[in-house]
Design a protein around this ligand. Structure first.
Ligand SMILES: *[C@@H]1O[C@H](CO)[C@@H](O)[C@H](O)[C@H]1NC(C)=O
Ligand SMILES: *[C@@H]1O[C@H](CO)[C@@H](O)[C@H](O)[C@H]1NC(C)=O
Ligand SMILES: *[C@@H]1O[C@H](CO)[C@@H](O)[C@H](O)[C@H]1NC(C)=O
Ligand SMILES: *[C@@H]1O[C@H](CO)[C@@H](O)[C@H](O)[C@H]1NC(C)=O
Length: 455
């Protein structure tokens, strides 16, 4: 078989598992690591994209070959012009051990670094990996046996696509920058700092963040002329929480901004009137010693008697972030719909099940609920959006993470608002070519979405 065909077949096998409701909850570690092993081996053809997988800690993206997401449906495409030439190796941060900056299981944290070149040689893009959270000992113990909690299980190389691509055709503004993907192995958006000796768990997200930044500064980032901190999902939340700290690493003359993709997690009521996500976050914040590392401007404002968990929600801290910040988010964020709004615990009868997997199966009252969610999202960014230093791209799609996938970041048919693709909107904002406040009209007006559908 031609390599490309092998890729399509392997990709399809993977995707069939994914879309047939393949649920990682209940998988034992061996099975999980088998599944993980598909990751790199899938990148064997010139056509790659990523599929979203729902797992215990939330959604994860896996790379699959010969697949693309178009018009809301997964389908094969052997001709898509996306090359898999950007494989970047994993570097473990040796200096982290002495600082106690370790993954959940005590192993060294790591990153993938691709050196910049040409006019990008003095510019640095730091991308924080996402992948849900763990909010109790059970889920953290599970996690420490995966690549999200241990460098033992991390891919030794990964492909850089979307905002990480080094090809100007796929990434017009950042292709030649120094680009770093910092792996996520703490389970609290790089914010915890404590341990659980009995369970042999290290919660050292904040130390990992600091150790990684120190290491990169010593590798040349200290002389950066331009820098951008980005991340998606749990990484998008981390890029908000660490935004001002990142800014403070550099002298005033350095241009520093932050991009949060799919990180605008709302403190919303779920379909049963409860607070599913707040409860999950409370577990993360309490278990992992996050409180001390939350933005002071938020915790001080709330005072000692109020729940610090609230400061883990971007809506309570974005207004006081000093550094220019861009929020890229789908108004109908697939992850939030599935885990925050209509998780099985809030919908025991399963009335929402089909709708959360395939938006075309939502009835009119469910759509109305989702429209309300969009209104809440627009409401929490009202004050934030008054500053022209900040940027927005809130498209009316059923998606999650649109900057690291080539098909959504920049391609012939990638999502647009007012004709403008995400890569151009982010570039225009970063380089001050324009004020970018792109907010879509409500569903179903946007025909450019790459909606995620799960079976
Ligand atoms: C995991 O499950 C597989 C069956 O899918 C079984 O063969 C294997 O022994 C299990 N491993 C552990 C560690 O329980
Ligand atoms: C991938 O593309 C490159 C350049 O276009 C080509 O040289 C190579 O043979 C292709 N590989 C596969 C597996 O198709
Ligand atoms: C939509 O589905 C929900 C749950 O099954 C139901 O309670 C509601 O009445 C339905 N609404 C409409 C307009 O059909
Ligand atoms: C989503 O639902 C629609 C309407 O029920 C159906 O036609 C379509 O095939 C579904 N998509 C997938 C990928 O299952």
């Amino acid at each position: 078989m031609e390599p490309l065909l092998v890729g399509i077949v392997v990709g399809l096998l993977c995707l069939r598992e994914v879309v047939s409701g393949y649920d990682l909850v209940g998988l034992n570690a061996t099975e999980f690591s088998h599944f993980e092993a598909h990751g790199p081996s899938l990148v064997i053809a010139n056509v790659t994209t990523r599929a979203a997988v729902r797992g215990e800690e939330g959604w994860r993206c896996v790379r699959a070959s010969g697949l693309s997401v178009q018009s809301g449906q997964y389908h094969t495409s052997g001709t898509r012009d996306v090359t898999a030439n950007d494989m970047v190796g994993l570097t473990l941060i040796q200096s982290a051990a002495a600082k106690g900056a370790v993954c959940l299981d005590g192993t060294l944290p790591g990153y993938h670094l691709q050196w910049g070149f040409g006019s990008g040689a003095n510019s640095w893009l730091i991308n924080l990996e996402g992948g849900g959270w763990c909010n109790n000992v059970r889920t953290c113990v599970y996690r420490k046996k995966t690549r999200r909690g241990s460098s033992t299980y991390m891919e030794k190389e990964i492909s850089f696509t979307g905002i990480l691509s080094s090809n100007p055709k796929y990434n017009p503004d950042f292709f030649n920058w120094n680009k770093v993907k910092l792996r996520y192995c703490d389970g609290a958006s790089f914010n915890g700092d404590t341990q659980d000796k009995d369970a042999q768990l290290e919660f050292r997200g904040q130390r990992i963040w600091s150790a990684a930044m120190e290491d990169l500064m010593s590798k040349g980032m200290s002389s950066a002329e331009q820098a951008l901190l980005s991340g998606c999902s749990a990484g998008g939340l981390a890029s908000i929480l660490h935004c001002d700290e990142f800014r403070d690493l550099f002298p005033i003359k350095t241009k520093v901004k932050c991009l949060s993709d799919g990180g605008l997690f709302l403190d919303a009521l779920d379909v049963s009137g409860g607070r599913s996500l707040r409860n999950l976050y409370r577990g993360v914040v309490d278990l992992q010693g996050v409180k001390q590392n939350l933005p002071r401007t938020c915790t001080d404002r709330l005072g000692p008697r109020l729940d610090p968990t609230l400061c883990f929600f971007p809506q309570n801290s974005i207004a006081s972030i000093r550094t220019p910040l861009f929020l890229l988010n789908a108004a109908y964020d697939s992850w939030q719909i599935q885990v925050s709004l209509a998780p099985p615990s809030a919908d025991p009868q399963g009335y929402w099940h089909e709708c959360t997997l395939n938006y075309t199966k939502c009835n009119s009252s469910q759509i109305q609920f989702l429209q309300d969610f969009r209104s809440q999202m627009l409401n929490v960014i009202k004050y934030f959006s008054k500053s022209n230093r900040n940027g927005l791209f809130i498209n009316s799609c059923f998606a999650h993470c649109q900057s690291e996938r080539q098909d959504t970041w920049f391609s012939d048919d990638s999502p647009r608002i007012g004709g403008q693709p995400i890569a151009i909107a982010v570039g225009n904002w970063y380089f001050d070519r324009a004020v970018v406040k792109a907010i879509d009209c409500p569903y179903p007006c946007d025909k450019t979405c790459h909606n995620l559908i799960f079976k």
